[in-house]
Design a protein around this ligand. Structure first.
Ligand code: NCD
Length: 315
């Protein structure tokens, strides 16, 4: 693998392989000494033009556990805020000898630009670009689902026969987009539930069913319910009357939680607006995988970095 830019272009074989490598990485994280020498001498740059807590520290932990050197570069306080272009930044990273660049950027397509520009030779990992994609989030979600469903017999398996319902602010969600492509590639069926104002127009070409009625969608008994954050920072207009109305119609509140089959998996990529799209009881219930998702994120990112950076060594 040269870059990881989206899940739309991953085939099932490569996706399962990445999840299997992540299983191996997860096994090493059970040991007392978690650090592997695998990427010694490699330099990974975390290039973040947008706020992030979980994703940035997750990539940092993943790089360090593989013994790579990590440089954290956040756009605030750098020359980027003085107007330096992506090209100049990329050339600086090239001159410093970056082997991989993990990039989060508010513009959809920025990681693709970096990967195809010729400005830099490094492997590019998309850590979230605008409303486009967030491939490692979808991979850690798929990993978490596979693990909950198949346990220690997960290796080599896809998500055939599973139904996943993704609920909320689909319009602004790169997590939803990456999951739609990845989960369907892995064999799951995906239903999207949102207010009509938060459904993107391009979904007509997506391999999904769309519903505006959460109770009806939950009554169908999905295996997985994935709640999305209301992304207020990306909203300039009012997309729903008010937050109480949103919770009442599209939130996973306590009533809906108790009507779910107890084997249902409840997911959220974080950060959560507790009381808005998900109740505290739902977020903290044994059905919730919120904390597992964070833990699994490190293993999945270790796998992605390994597959991007270790190839030249093995050869
Ligand atoms: C997501 C993101 O940034 O796209 N969060 C994350 O990576 N943990 C989802 C979100 O911000 O709602």
């Amino acid at each position: 693998m040269r870059h990881l830019l989206s899940t739309r272009d991953l085939d099932q074989e490569s996706a399962v392989r990445l999840l299997d490598v992540a299983e191996d990485m997860a096994d090493t994280q059970q040991r007392e000494v978690k650090k592997l020498p695998t990427l010694r001498g490699k330099t990974v740059v975390n290039l973040f033009f947008e706020d992030s807590t979980r994703t940035r520290i997750s990539f940092e932990a993943a790089s360090k556990r593989l013994s790579a050197d990590v440089i954290n570069f956040s756009a605030k306080g750098s020359s980027v805020s003085k107007g330096e272009s992506l090209k100049d930044t990329a050339q600086t990273l090239q001159a410093m000898g970056a082997d991989a660049v993990v990039i989060r950027h508010p513009a959809s397509g920025a990681p693709q630009t970096l990967a195809t520009s010729g400005w830099i030779d490094a492997g590019i990992l998309n850590a979230g670009d605008g409303t486009h994609e967030h491939p490692t989030q979808a991979l850690l979600d798929a990993f978490t689902i596979r693990k909950r469903v198949h346990g220690i017999a997960s290796r080599g398996r896809n998500l055939d026969g599973l139904s996943v319902t993704i609920v909320g602010d689909i319009l602004h969600s790169r997590v939803a987009r990456s999951n739609v492509w990845l989960l369907t590639t892995l064999g799951a069926t995906v239903t999207l539930v949102a207010p009509p104002t938060l459904v993107p127009v391009d979904t007509r070409a997506w391999p999904v069913t769309i519903s505006y009625d959460l109770d009806e969608a939950l009554a169908a008994g999905p295996d997985v319910v994935m709640m999305l954050r209301i992304q207020g920072e990306r909203m300039r207009d009012a997309f729903f009357p008010n937050s109480r109305e949103y919770s009442r119609r599209w939130g996973l509140d306590d009533g809906r939680l108790h009507r779910l089959d107890p084997t249902t998996i409840v997911m959220h990529p974080g950060p959560m607006n507790r009381g808005l799209e998900i109740s505290a009881a739902a977020a903290d219930s044994p059905m919730s995988t919120v904390r597992e998702q964070v833990t699994n994120g490190v293993s999945v990112r270790m796998a992605a970095l390994y597959l991007l950076l270790s190839g030249d060594r093995e050869n």
